[in-house]
Design a protein around this ligand. Structure first.
Ligand SMILES: Cc1ncc(COP(=O)(O)O)c(C=O)c1O
Length: 393
């Protein structure tokens, strides 16, 4: 072999079956070849196992899917390049022109945008209600055939807790699918409910380190088989290196998630006692309206603490600017703490009444609690709250 040929056909290194790598290797390859046309055709017909092209699958990506399906307590999983990708591709796959979707005001903004802009272009309509409005849910389901109910619990950003048994019961009774964006709760929670499809942003707690994006859809084998066909041609493929990093993140997932939730609980209790804080949204607090439901539905209450400052937006901006250990950045769930001020949390697509329901006001701040020493986070919050009270002049 001449050298230009050699570098394109490098020597294969066999690893014997009794000499396995302890960490799954990164199959950083788009293509997989077969030794003969017959074998390639047998793989295409599903008569033998085998990988062909990364957009369909890849062993590194597949290992992550198999792990996530078990974490969420379901048969199957398909992953893709981001959490929004999972929501968009699932909605495009599950709906057709004329369908109606029930979704909620208290939800991640881009999810609503997908319904308002993208799905609307294809003739899919939707109704937005408050996640607390079960009477409204029942009324809408009685009034019009509904393809699916798409919701979060806890909701982003104010941690409302959905009544999951009631929603799934109503959905079943009316032939609607339930789709739960379970990102805030994590991939280990809510498996006990009659949910058809779990969606996740793996960018958050699964990655855990804020350095990789990913999304997942998890459910029964038949449903995921149908989704996979559409995901493959929609093309939002997860890269094998990203899959490897997400798989690595899962090794410390439980330790991180629990430690972050413990700090979030302490921080929420501390903030609840602070005179500058008007209202706090954390389901782990016994004063929270969703506490009893969260206790019944969840094992941990999450690492996001949202609260409102009595003195509104200017005070919240001063508070955010004064923080040392909380980076002002989008996302949640990483090992480093993050803050979002009301100026960046506000949703422009909501009308006045919907904004009231969303509970994101002029002083609302979202914190994502990381793994720093909790007492230092509390001291940082205290000094920033003191700074927020200072006259800007
Ligand atoms: C509840 C929820 N769903 C989905 C997403 C989107 O995830 P990604 O950023 O991975 O696209 C986010 C991101 O913040 C989120 O909070």
């Amino acid at each position: 072999m001449k050298k230009p040929t050699l570098v394109n056909h490098p020597p294969l290194v066999d690893v014997a079956p009794d000499n396995r790598p302890v960490v799954g290797p990164i199959y950083q390859t788009v293509k997989f070849e077969f030794d003969s046309v017959d074998e390639a055709l047998r793989a295409q017909r599903g008569e033998r196992s085998g990988f062909t092209y990364l957009r369909s699958s890849n062993p590194t990506v597949r290992q992550l899917e198999l792990t996530l399906a078990q974490m969420q307590g379901r048969e199957e999983c398909v992953v893709c390049a981001s959490g929004v990708g999972a929501i968009a591709q699932a909605l495009l796959s599950l709906t057709r022109a004329g369908d109606h979707v029930l979704a909620f005001i208290e939800s991640y903004g881009p999810t609503r945008q997908l319904l308002q802009r993208t799905l609307a272009k294809f003739g899919v309509t939707h109704t937005l209600l408050s996640i607390e409005d079960l009477t409204g849910v029942e009324r809408v389901l009685n009034e019009r055939p509904t393809r699916l109910i798409l919701f979060e619990s806890p909701t982003n950003p104010v941690n409302r807790i959905a009544d999951i048994p009631a929603l799934t019961r109503l959905a079943r009774a009316h032939g609607a699918l339930t789709v739960l964006d379970n990102t805030f709760a994590g991939v280990h929670q809510h498996a006990q409910f009659d949910i058809d499809l779990y969606l996740h942003s793996l960018t958050k707690f699964v990655s855990g380190h804020g350095d990789v994006m990913g999304g997942a859809a998890i459910g029964a084998a038949e449903l995921i088989r149908r989704l996979r066909t559409d995901f493959t041609v929609l093309g939002g493929t997860l890269d094998p290196h990203a899959a490897y990093l997400l798989q690595r993140g899962l090794k410390t997932y439980f330790v991180r998630y629990r430690a972050q939730c413990e700090s979030a609980q302490r921080i929420a209790e501390h903030l609840a006692r602070h005179p500058a804080v008007e209202r706090i949204h954390y389901p782990g607090l016994s004063s929270d309206p969703g506490h009893a439901r969260a206790r019944a539905q969840m094992s941990e209450f999450g690492a996001v603490v949202t609260f409102s400052l009595r003195d509104g937006g200017d005070a919240a901006a001063r508070f955010t600017d004064a923080l040392q250990f909380f980076s002002m950045a989008a996302s949640i769930g990483a090992t480093d703490s993050l803050v979002m001020p009301p100026q960046l949390l506000a949703s422009r697509d909501l009308n006045e009444e919907q904004r009231r329901i969303s509970a994101v006001g002029s002083g609302t701040v979202r914190l994502s609690i990381g793994l720093e020493a909790c007492e230092e986070l509390i001291a940082d919050l205290d000094q920033a709250l003191a700074a927020s009270a200072a006259s800007p002049g």
